[in-house]
Design a protein around this ligand. Structure first.
Ligand code: ZN
Length: 228
């Protein structure tokens, strides 16, 4: 495998990382996915990731990192906790899993290195994120430097969605020709319901709000006379 032409995609089976997977397939000759489980409420996310990778014709690997859920309490892994629907004014929502993306990127770098891959792709976004500090561009740049120093390698962490809104992420999926795959085959919902999901959890509100905005804009573009 040519180091510069291969990429490892952190893939959860959701809208963002699936769009990133197809972005990577367009931009690199060889792509493989890494799906990390950490005691989330629903296993169907991993199954969705496996099927999407299989249909895309790329290698799929999943690893169990359940220890992440033992390190702190959060509503994604603690099934007894009531999930915050909004971001509290003075703290992070209880869907925040402290350190998650740092762990994920570290696992990704170690596994990428073992496959002689130097490009790592992750779907984090600062523009339309849920208030998590480890989705910010500053953190990703810092982690990139740290991982390079830790391994004496030259990884490049790609974040194609960093500055995109959810509506713009839908537009990217459409431009990549995978709008229907992202719309129908992914699981973004915190309650583990595929496609449009439960409709009321924070992840569904963000995803579906972005989709409505994108569809409204694209219809306006196609025919400005339509009453949208
Ligand atoms: Zn939901």
């Amino acid at each position: 495998m040519n180091t510069n032409q291969s990429a490892l995609v952190l893939h959860s089976g959701g809208q963002d990382s699936t769009t990133c997977l197809y972005w990577a397939i367009k931009n690199f000759e060889e792509v493989r996915t890494l799906c990390i489980t950490y005691g989330q409420r629903h296993a169907c996310e991993t199954e969705a990731a496996r099927k999407i990778a299989e249909n895309a014709g790329v290698a799929f690997q999943s690893i169990d990192a359940s220890i992440i859920s033992l390190l702190s309490d959060n509503s994604l892994t603690n099934h007894d906790m009531i999930m915050d629907q909004e971001k509290p004014t003075d703290s992070y929502p209880n869907t925040f899993v402290p350190g998650r993306n740092l762990f994920f990127l570290t696992f990704a770098a170690v596994i990428a290195r073992s496959h002689n891959i130097r490009n790592i792709v992750t779907g984090v976004s600062q523009a339309d994120y849920s208030g998590y500090p480890d989705c910010r561009d500053t953190f990703i740049r810092s982690a990139n430097v740290t991982l390079n120093l830790a391994t004496d390698e030259q990884f490049i962490i790609h974040t194609p969605l960093m500055w995109l809104s959810k509506a713009e992420t839908w537009a990217m999926a459409d431009e990549l020709g995978v709008f229907d795959i992202v719309k129908n085959d992914t699981v973004t919902c915190y309650n583990g319901i595929p496609a449009a999901g439960c409709g009321h959890c924070p992840a569904c509100k963000l995803r579906n709000g972005g989709l409505e905005e994108y569809l409204r804009r694209s219809k306006t573009t196609i025919n400005p006379s339509l009453p949208y």
